[in-house]
Design a protein around this ligand. Structure first.
Ligand SMILES: NC(=O)c1ccc[n+]([C@@H]2O[C@H](COP(=O)([O-])OP(=O)(O)OC[C@H]3O[C@@H](n4cnc5c(N)ncnc54)[C@H](O)[C@@H]3O)[C@@H](O)[C@H]2O)c1
Length: 356
């Protein structure tokens, strides 16, 4: 039996508490939040779980693993304390609001004999793993361009609340690390570097705050990055409009996912993945032939679906049980933050910034 403490019981934690409730070899001992009602609400969903407002309850001897879903600025003190107390730790992205704290967490995790990892929600999705397989098998040819857009209007709501005197941590650059870009685009930096094996080497970006006067950080950001393969990466993020897309373009095909619809072309024949079923076919195109575009509806799995073998919480718990490293390392999240930092520096200075 793995004994769990949940730290931070807000919006995100509510999505995946069910994983911990439903696995018979896992027991949630306590749910901890600074707000008593949030802790009580979470604990009420899990038989036997206690509610607490005291973080030190996560460090009690009977706890094996600490799941940290608190605001970004609390990741450093809470993760360092939990790792130091010999706990397995799963930490929400981004690792921390700044590089120094993120690196310190990764260093502590590297020295720990326990399983310490980062929660990256998109890895729950079979489609993302199919994408990586296609890229790594060369099904799209040489990747020349990656694109992602993640935008929602949460910023306008938080801004309004802040102006009415009810601000939250997302309005503070010190607590968040920035604005919409660090919160949203960080997923895609991770996905593209992981799927292509390429690294961002240089970043150029613009950020603005157009519609969220109650927030310190940006509500709109565009970054253009060079990869070490010579390919380009464009990332758009916003907290003042709505939209989501992920695309990769290669010399032999392209992959576009938008509004739960996949459009795929490959001139290299069929591909069968976990959810992708591409049957192949060629159409004449400028300069020769090109893979026929095929479209499919792809529904992402629910956050708390324990029947999904790719569920990141399930995989973390299995790694704890089996004494293996976590599926996503904290160090890989530090890498994401290095790119985010270069992007913010470029937006601040108005010049392209090298990214080691
Ligand atoms: N797709 C994703 O993976 C995804 C999506 C959203 C948020 N997140 C990340 O999850 C984390 C939490 O985000 P959220 O959307 O749940 O925010 P939230 O504001 O909804 O929840 C945060 C919770 O932490 C609590 N909290 C504040 N101080 C605390 C303390 N000292 N100890 C314990 N709890 C405390 C708050 O009361 C709140 O209930 C952030 O790091 C965020 O970046 C990830």
């Amino acid at each position: 039996m793995i004994h769990i403490s949940f730290v931070g019981c807000g919006g995100m934690a509510a999505h995946y508490l069910g994983v911990y409730r439903d696995l018979p070899w896992v027991r949630v001992v306590n749910c901890i939040d600074a707000l008593p009602e949030a802790a009580q609400q979470a604990a009420a969903t899990i038989p036997g779980a206690l509610a607490s407002t005291d973080f030190s309850d996560a460090l009690r001897p009977e706890i094996d693993s600490v799941i940290i879903s608190s605001p970004n600025h609390l990741h450093y003190p809470q993760a360092i304390a939990a790792i130091g107390a010999g706990k397995h730790v799963l930490l929400q992205k981004p690792v921390a609001p700044n590089m120094a704290e993120a690196q310190a967490i990764a260093d502590a995790a590297a020295l720990s004999p326990r399983t310490c990892g980062l929660y990256m929600s998109y890895f729950d999705q079979p489609l993302i793993h199919d994408l990586r397989d296609m890229v790594r098998e060369g099904r799209l040819g040489e990747i020349v361009h990656c694109y992602a857009r993640l935008m929602h209007k949460g910023g306008m709501m938080w801004s309004r609340q802040a102006l009415e005197g009810h601000g939250n941590w997302r309005g503070s650059v010190a607590q968040t690390g920035g604005g919409c870009f660090i919160q949203l685009a960080v997923h895609y930096i991770h996905i593209f570097e992981w799927a292509t094996g390429a690294r961002v080497t240089r970043a150029s970006a613009f950020t603005r705050n157009l519609h969220c006067p109650g927030l310190e950080g940006e509500d709109l950001a565009t970054a253009i990055c060079e990869l070490d393969t010579g390919a380009m990466l464009t990332l758009d993020a916003a907290w003042c409009t709505n939209g989501e897309e992920l695309s990769l373009h290669g010399t032999q095909g392209r992959f576009t996912y938008r509004d739960q619809k996949l459009a795929l072309c490959s001139s290299l024949g069929p591909f069968t993945g976990r959810v992708v079923q591409y049957t192949g076919g060629l159409v004449p195109q400028f300069g020769g032939f090109w893979g026929e575009e095929q479209q499919a509806e792809i529904k992402p799995p629910a956050f708390a679906d324990i029947a999904n073998p790719l569920n990141q919480h399930l995989q973390f718990l299995e790694a704890v049980r089996d004494g293996r490293p976590a599926p996503v390392s904290i160090a890989s999240g530090v890498r994401d933050l290095r790119v985010v930092t270069a992007i913010y520096e470029s937006a601040r200075t108005g010049r392209a910034v090298e990214c080691a």
